[in-house]
Ligand binder design. Structure first.
Ligand code: THU
Length: 159
């Protein structure tokens, strides 16, 4: 028997330690929480995805009375980017959430489905997507989707 480890190394930044581009992306993600349609969870999530050419695609979570129909902010932003600029690699995504009128203290982290969706773009373009997770106490910077979803199912074994 062998014991194996997977480590996740990431940064925790104060907002004023980030560069202008990253701060801008976070501000857009924060503002996108206002466009959330979340009458069921009342959890308003915003996402901003920067592509390699500098363009930014925005998303917010959109819910439905038939719960599974809804979509997270991250996939909303990513699918919009992929639909409109399919050949441009995504390079960074910022995520923020507020509930009861306040942004979360802790950074909000993407769900497994969003990790899986964005990971496929990393694999397709052979380029990591940096992740900026906003909380009022600080920002996590995570180096890639792969690092958030180890032992990935990447479809390579599909016939
Ligand atoms: N949600 C997101 O949009 N992104 C996340 O990272 C976590 C969860 C949404 C889905 C649902 O509309 C609400 O937040 C509560 O789960």
């Amino acid at each position: 028997m062998k014991q194996l480890h997977i480590d996740l190394e990431f940064h925790f930044y104060a907002l004023d330690e980030l560069n202008n581009d990253d701060r801008e992306l976070i501000e857009i993600a924060k503002s996108m929480t206002e466009n959330s349609y979340s009458p069921y969870s009342r959890f308003q999530v915003g996402a901003a995805l920067r592509l390699q050419d500098g363009s930014i695609f925005r998303g917010s979570n959109q819910e439905n009375a038939v719960f599974p129909v809804g979509i997270c902010a991250e996939r909303n932003a990513f699918f919009a980017a992929s639909a409109n600029a399919p050949e441009v690699p995504p390079v960074c995504i910022a995520i923020a959430a507020q509930t009861e009128g306040r942004f979360t203290k802790q950074p909000v982290t993407p769900c497994g489905s969003c990790r899986q969706a964005l990971l496929e773009a990393e694999i397709r373009f052979q380029q990591p997507i940096r992740i900026l997770l906003y909380g009022t106490e600080g920002v996590y910077e995570i180096p890639s989707m792969q690092s958030l979803l180890p032992l990935t199912f990447d479809g390579s074994e599909l016939a």
